[in-house]
Design a protein around this ligand. Structure first.
Ligand SMILES: Cc1ncc(COP(=O)(O)O)c(C=O)c1O
Length: 396
């Protein structure tokens, strides 16, 4: 057996894969996934758009495209996504990517060397932690409070570790559901400038808002050009299309384009053109309006179920959007074992929160992530009643 590269050391991905095996049972009510609701996909619209694209520009679409992305989509992203969020961008500042996953990968590829320090919110998105491990980076966690990342701790860690980059998910964070307020966003943009570090702002959930007011992105306060904004069409249209965007200063975009060339040449022309047409026809606002009530209802069911069925001392976030609620027990427990009991005895699944921390062996042993988009209101009520009883047993 040939040796694998050292960058693969300790990267198995197996824990979560094992968890998903536990959840494979069809009878299980799952709060474990993170997928958009199946009912949310605009299938017939996409069918119609696809036929039109192939009829009108089939030859160009089925040919190789440019690495920077399908030009009409780069333009429509600026007009329909960036500008309404208060960001004036030029087309040289935008590339399309194969989901935000690729934007994260490209940013790490062009800015980091093995052994570099990167800062992350604690907890943070598992996929990014995995990518950072693959690039052999030292991930240093930054504390979070009720609102999100703690700015004093962030500045302290910047001074202490001289990191290359700070990765954050400021809106409806995965996994915590927390949203950072305007002031802290301004402060992060300022820190990027003061200490000349890259801020990688990953914002795939911003359109899934069910209550409250939208908050401007960190990028909208960026004076230094050190903030990279990642948007994605995975949560507001469909993740299977695999279309995301990077918005950053042209020098960053040029390097990321070179890095993307050797990665996938370019993102699929067909799916980029589908997203472009969806935006140009002005369909996104109406589509969001049509799916938000479903998500809002499920979130409400989850919050009231946690209130009703979970024991005293259990606390949880009350997000205004996104796909996740984050729970904390008053004591550490063997959370993977609780998951095993929950799936076997109660037929309910969740994700132990520890996997969203830099060191799952020592951090987050009292935390759980709940996804509310994949279960019906009735399933959420039933599932939480059963899970709440198991949690009560586990902490007593
Ligand atoms: C915070 C965060 N970033 C990125 C991604 C990946 O998104 P995409 O489908 O655009 O690659 C996800 C998916 O769950 C996510 O939660």
């Amino acid at each position: 057996m040939p040796n694998f590269a050292s960058r693969m050391d300790g990267i198995s991905g197996s824990v979560i894969r094992e968890l998903f095996k536990l959840m494979a049972d069809k009878e299980i009510i799952s709060f474990g996934g993170g997928n958009p609701a199946a009912e949310s996909f605009p299938i017939s619209t996409i069918e119609e758009i696809t036929s039109e694209i192939l009829r009108e520009k089939g030859t160009a679409i089925l040919q190789y495209g440019t690495t920077e992305g399908y030009m009409p989509l780069r333009e429509s992203y600026i007009e329909h996504i960036a500008q309404p969020k208060g960001i004036n961008a030029k087309v040289e500042e935008v590339i399309t990517t194969t989901g935000s996953t690729q934007g994260i990968d490209l940013a790490l590829k062009v800015f980091t060397n093995p052994g570099d320090v990167v800062l992350v919110e604690s907890p943070t998105f598992l996929g990014t932690l995995q990518a950072m491990r693959m690039y052999q980076l030292k991930c240093v966690p930054v504390e979070m409070d009720q609102e999100g990342v703690n700015i004093d701790d962030l500045e302290e860690k910047i001074k202490q570790y001289n990191p290359k980059l700070f990765y954050c998910i400021p809106t409806f964070q995965n996994p915590s559901g927390k949203t950072l307020g305007v002031e802290r966003r301004k402060q992060i943009a300022k820190l990027a400038e003061t200490y000349d570090i890259v801020v990688l702002e990953d914002d795939p959930y911003c359109d899934l808002r069910y209550s409250g007011e939208p908050v401007p992105s960190i990028k909208s306060f960026d004076k230094s050009g050190n903030v990279i904004l990642l948007n994605s069409f995975s949560k507001n249209i469909s993740p299977g299309l695999r279309v995301g965007t990077v918005l950053a200063q042209p020098a960053f975009i040029k390097k990321m384009t070179v890095a993307k060339q050797s990665s996938d040449t370019h993102t699929s022309n067909l799916t980029q053109a589908i997203v472009d047409s969806f935006l140009r026809r002005g369909l996104l606002p109406g589509h969001l309006k049509s799916i938000i009530p479903l998500y809002a209802q499920r979130l409400e069911a989850m919050l009231s179920g946690l209130d009703k069925h979970f024991p005293k001392g259990f606390t949880f976030t009350r997000p205004e959007g996104g796909l996740f609620v984050w729970g904390e027990l008053p004591v550490n427990i063997d959370m993977p074992k609780l998951l095993e009991r929950a799936t076997k005895e109660a037929k309910v699944a969740f994700i132990p929160g520890q996997y969203f921390f830099v060191d799952p062996q020592t951090m987050g042993q009292n935390t759980m992530r709940f996804n509310f988009s994949g279960a019906t209101v009735e399933q959420i009520q039933t599932g939480l009643e059963k899970l709440g009883a198991l949690v009560a047993q586990a902490i007593n």
